[in-house]
Design a protein around this ligand. Structure first.
Ligand SMILES: Cc1ncc(COP(=O)(O)O)c(C=O)c1O
Length: 362
């Protein structure tokens, strides 16, 4: 608290990212990074771009990247908005699309916690919809009921975080169709690991905004690149907000690396498939250890053990230099979210968990 702060600052609820500690031999399974590296072609392009041209500003329109992404997704560059990580894209989405007549924003009670931080930052009231008993999103809860108060928009992650559960394309279409006059924002940070992208619905429903990131399936979390795919009118609104804040959110190195990553589709597909394979084997191994593993379409699993407290397991793993994520929130405090590692990482995790479970008290 400082007497120099603007009025709203003391009331903010800043997002708390997963730890990034510098401990030797640490197995980091807490922030859903990709266990393998980015495309070698992306790395080469970044190195290549580190030259004297860095004295120039980057392209404020990021045309080359928007063209590459448009081609990748079968849309037009006017459908693409890029930003400094999908967190920044989300911030612009909240600012540009959800501040409407003081109406609340409909979203799941358990989802990516940054949405609540943005609500606080932008003065938006969340209208929280509880997940069902099995921690899934019930699409019926996002259809407007006769007489129910209006909302400014809808946002959810698909697959949802931290559960990993995904909605089908039909369910998303139903939500978009039933809410034609408000934005339906689908955060698809993890969609490449086994869910269906809502981008294919854009031709039918101009209220859909799909948010993607290079941090997960493209293994470029350190580069900070994210994007939205939406109607040209929505993209124009996002551009207006971006250009009132920072015209150059993506630097020249990020632009070069991101374009090369999009062009290296074979590497992208193979790397996604390797994670999916590792996730299935991790799921089997954790199930054998007695964990209940929610069905995951993401690069992490959300697990609970009937006989062991999740907080204790978290601490015991940390002592063995394995970092996973534990949320002390009602309904999910008995769960751990574990990022999928390489097969060697997953073996190490399961061996340590086996020792903890067989030697410790519940
Ligand atoms: C659901 C979801 N959306 C968005 C993000 C932010 O990703 P980025 O690194 O692109 O800012 C994350 C990061 O973990 C996430 O889990």
């Amino acid at each position: 608290m400082s007497r120099f702060w603007s009025d709203h600052v003391s009331a903010l609820s800043p997002y708390v990212p997963g730890e990034q500690p510098r401990v030797a031999d640490l197995l980091k399974l807490n922030t859903n990074e990709h266990p393998w590296g980015p495309s070698p072609k992306a790395l080469a392009a970044i190195k290549d771009a580190a030259n004297n041209r860095l004295r120039l500003y980057p392209d404020p329109q990021a045309i080359a990247l928007r063209e590459a992404l448009a081609q990748h997704h079968g849309v037009l560059p006017q459908n693409i908005f890029v930003g400094n990580g999908s967190d920044e894209v989300l911030a612009h989405v909240f600012n540009a699309l959800f501040k409407r007549q003081g109406l609340p924003l409909r979203m799941p009670d358990i989802t990516y916690s940054f949405y609540r931080s943005y609500c606080k930052l932008f003065g938006i009231t969340p209208a929280l919809v509880p997940l069902t008993e099995d921690l899934s999103i019930n699409p019926d809860h996002y259809l407007p009921e006769a007489g129910s108060p209006p909302v400014a928009g809808i946002i959810f992650a698909n697959p949802n975080a931290p559960t990993g559960r995904a909605l089908s394309l039909q369910d998303i279409a139903r939500i978009a169709k039933a809410n034609p006059d408000i934005p339906v924002v689908v955060d698809e940070a993890y969609v490449d690991f086994g869910a269906e992208s809502s981008i294919s619905l854009l031709k039918q429903y101009d209220n859909i905004v799909a948010i993607h990131t290079f941090s997960k399936s493209r293994a470029l979390a350190g580069l900070r690149v994210g994007y939205a795919v939406a109607s040209p009118a929505i993209v124009e609104g996002l551009m207006r907000v971006k250009d009132s804040f920072n015209s150059y959110p993506l630097d020249s190195l990020a632009l070069a690396g991101a374009v090369a990553s999009v062009h290296d589709n074979d590497y992208f597909r193979d790397a996604c498939n390797a994670v999916i394979e590792a996730r299935e084997s991790l799921t089997r191994n954790l199930t054998e250890l007695g964990f209940n593993v929610l069905p995951s379409s993401a690069n992490f699993v959300f697990v609970t053990h009937p006989n062991h407290d999740a907080g204790n397991l978290f601490t015991a793993l940390r002592q063995q230099h394995i970092l996973v994520r534990h949320f002390s929130l009602d309904r999910i405090q008995q769960y751990l979210r574990i990022s999928v590692g390489t097969p060697a990482d997953n073996d190490r995790l399961c061996k340590v968990l086996k020792t903890i479970i067989t030697t410790s008290l519940p």
